[in-house]
Design a protein around this ligand. Structure first.
Ligand code: ARG
Length: 465
């Protein structure tokens, strides 16, 4: 038997391989709720416009509700022979309500249907990701407040550079997450137009009301060009681009957790909740969650690349290639969601070893810049000269194997006679961070103020949301 949805001009069944390559129900079944919502909006509009009768629309609506609850309860049989979610729903509808089901597909096509369903799905993903990132920020801000004055080494080139505070470091990720959220919010604005009613590609001769269906589905307006409406997948690409950047942020933090928990560094400890053991080495506590966040980033970037390649060079309008837009994207979104939630858990869980951090912050002559700045400020030395003098003092300390603040004053004076004992006041790691009060700097009072401001912002947003 040929396909009962489109088989009018066919006399033979499709080949098994044709079915195998064509079927999309294993993936697009995840769009069932969106598909049913869009069909309900479409049926109600058709009745309001006098295109179908009110009684047919009522039966269609009731039948669709029944299908929604059947799927929700796990009692719906998805049939591969029916290809995709649209035809699975419509076929069940005709079992439930008879011939009136056949009127639902008036003035629409699977092309505008799938574009509508996937927009609604990605819109939900955007909203969920925004909420997950807000929770991530909240966790970071709370820990930052707690550690506004906890000194740790700041690195450039992964070499000890200058002391910073742990709270400052955590707040850097709050800023990144804020930009990520901004990208997702922008994408949502552009996404929020309805393709429904574009039909196959050219629009329809029926007097439909696209504004009404757009409104019913929470879209801001209908898309203005029917060819564009069925061809556009920018909304997925944009969301995946934002997701890829966000995942990269997560991976950088994850990598830091891997480094910091290594016994070689030992700056933080994760509890048993976020570590795993080794089957052979009983002493091991591995930061698997952080490593997997690092790796999942590859999946998200892969999903973006995959879809860019699917879309590249596709002529207008709908092409079947576009059916391949969903699987990778859905997997990429799921990977990002897990990564954000795992990072949030680790932020709440981690315990810094404050003594070790402080010790490490002072290693590698991390306050050398403070000494140079003191020479500039107090002795009015040009910075370049101060840099040179400090370099010679650091070399002296290194020769004696002592830290800068343990180098006898006379030895400093042998290099620069005008140095006084006041210099000792700027050589500790605490005084170093305390002095960095420039806007955006690491001084504990800056960090505490920033963390409090973020907390207020996030709490206000939570109340509004
Ligand atoms: N399963 C299809 C997809 O995901 C739905 C649209 C099919 N359209 C068509 N003309 N065959 O893209």
């Amino acid at each position: 038997m040929s396909n009962k949805m489109w088989g009018g001009r066919f006399s033979e069944r499709p080949d098994e391989i044709m079915e195998e390559i064509n079927v999309s129900i294993d993936v697009d079944r995840h769009l069932f709720a969106q598909d049913i919502a869009a069909s309900k909006a479409h049926a109600a509009m058709l009745a309001a416009q006098g295109i179908i009768t009110a009684s047919d629309a009522k039966n269609i609506g009731k039948g669709l509700d029944t299908i929604l609850s059947e799927i929700g309860k796990g009692g719906f049989e998805f049939k591969r022979a029916l290809e995709d979610i649209h035809m699975n729903v419509e076929s069940r509808l005709s079992e439930l309500i008879g011939p009136a089901a056949g009127r639902l597909h008036t003035a629409r096509s699977r092309n505008d249907q799938v574009a509508t369903d996937f927009r609604l799905y990605v819109r939900d993903v955007l909203d969920e990701t925004d909420a997950a990132l807000a929770a991530f920020q909240h966790a970071l801000v709370q820990r930052a407040l707690e550690h506004a004055a906890t000194v740790m080494p700041g690195f450039t080139h992964l070499q000890t550079a200058q002391p910073v505070t742990f709270g400052h470091h955590l707040l850097a990720y709050v800023e990144m997450a804020a930009r990520d959220r901004g990208r997702f919010q922008d994408a949502r604005k552009r996404l929020n137009e309805s393709p429904l009613g574009a039909a196959a590609l050219a629009g329809t001769s029926f007097p439909i009301d696209r504004h009404a269906t757009a409104k019913a589905l929470g879209f801001d307006r209908p898309m203005a060009n029917s060819l564009d409406a069925v061809s556009d997948r920018d909304f997925v690409l944009e969301t995946l681009s934002g997701a890829a950047i966000c995942a990269v942020h997560m991976s950088r933090f994850a990598e830091e957790i891997v480094i910091w928990t290594s016994p070689l560094v030992g700056m933080i400890r994760l509890s048993d909740k976020f570590t795993t053991g080794s089957s052979i080495m009983p002493q091991k506590r591995n930061p698997d969650a952080a490593e997997l966040v690092r790796a999942k980033t590859g999946r998200v970037i892969g999903a973006l690349n995959g879809l860019l390649i699917v879309m590249k060079g596709l002529p207008l309008a709908y092409q079947k290639d576009m059916q391949e837009d969903k699987q990778g994207a859905m997997e990429g979104f799921a990977a990002l969601s897990l990564a954000i939630r795992a990072m949030t858990g680790m932020v709440r869980d981690l315990v810094p070893d404050e003594a070790k951090m402080k010790l490490a912050a002072g290693e590698g002559y991390a306050t050398a810049t403070d000494l140079a700045d003191w020479l500039v400020r107090t002795l009015k030395m040009p910075f370049r000269e101060a840099h040179h003098v400090t370099g010679r003092i650091v070399a002296k300390a290194a020769e004696g194997g002592v830290a800068l603040h343990d180098l006898p004053l006379e030895q400093m004076q042998a290099i620069e006679p005008d140095i006084t004992k006041d210099v000792l006041g700027v050589l500790s790691v605490e005084s170093s961070v305390k002095s960095r009060t420039s806007f955006g700097g690491t001084a504990p009072k800056n960090v505490a103020a920033q963390a409090k401001a973020w907390l207020r912002r996030l709490e206000k947003e939570r109340k509004l949301g």
